[in-house]
Design a protein. Sequence first.
Length: 352
Amino acid sequence: MTLFQKTVVSLYRMLASIILVGVLAAALGYFATIIIYTINREWVAPIILTKSSARVMATGAEAFRARQAVSALEVSRDSLRLEISLQERQQAELRNLLGRFKQAQQVEQRASTDLAGRLGSLQGAHRSHNRQADQLNAASRAMQITIEKDLKAGLITKETAIRSMAQIISMDGAATDSRLNTVKLDEQVRELQDGIRTIEGGAQSTRALESVSRLSALEKELAETEILLLKNRADLQNKTVEFEKLQAIVKTVEATPYFRIAQGETESAPFAFVPYENERAAEVGEEVYSCWAKVIFCSRVGTVTWVGSDEERGFHPVFQRDIRGFLVQLELDEPNAAKDQVLYLGSAPIWL
């Protein structure tokens, strides 16, 4: 074998060795990467969210609508509270007025009953006086005839006859007045008794019916106020529950990373997907590391500033499968680190 041939064979052997070492190194690196991602619990997958993202825009719009609904409900709830306060005051005033009205009605009824009793006892005396007056009137008419006969016969003077006739006329007028007073007294007693019976449920006195009607109107107004008050209280309770639910929705929406971007000042911000198996590493203030070739030559590039709670779906960078987790927001000193396939929280992977 010539020297040239020997050289060619050596070069082939060296190239084969290099290829073999490369293949072995690649396989070793692949298996090392698999082992690292199987053991390591600090890796995260960075993502960049922007204001123009469809999900960010939809979240911002949803939060805006929810806030509008909360504001409208708050105004409606405050209005209901004011209305209920006024109705409660009206209810108290109507109850007070109704109580006073009933009390006054009872006082008047007792007074009317007492007065009717006393007037009733006077009715007997008046009728007795009237009978006596009728008897006197009958005697006066007989005397009047006698006076006229005596005057014609010249037994008495004209002046005496006139005085006697005046006395008779006066007695007759007194008897008439007494009968008239008896009629008035009877009417007063009747009115009092009719009023008492009307208040007790009858229908004999229009004046008493007016009083009963006013009482009924007050009771109706009070009932309507109480019904409206119950309705408004139920509406207030429903609106309060709805308000609390909407507030919870607003808080839920505002707790998402998409809302943070929608309301933020920057057009984009770096986040990272954290699988559930790595959630222990996700804490505010935790340092963020970036590595060359995913696992070596690592350096600190930022910190975690916010940790989310909503579940998100991600894709494993090595095993190529769907995984579940959540998002954290990052503050990066080197913005380009957000374009890496993976980052690490807390420290570099294993001993590298």
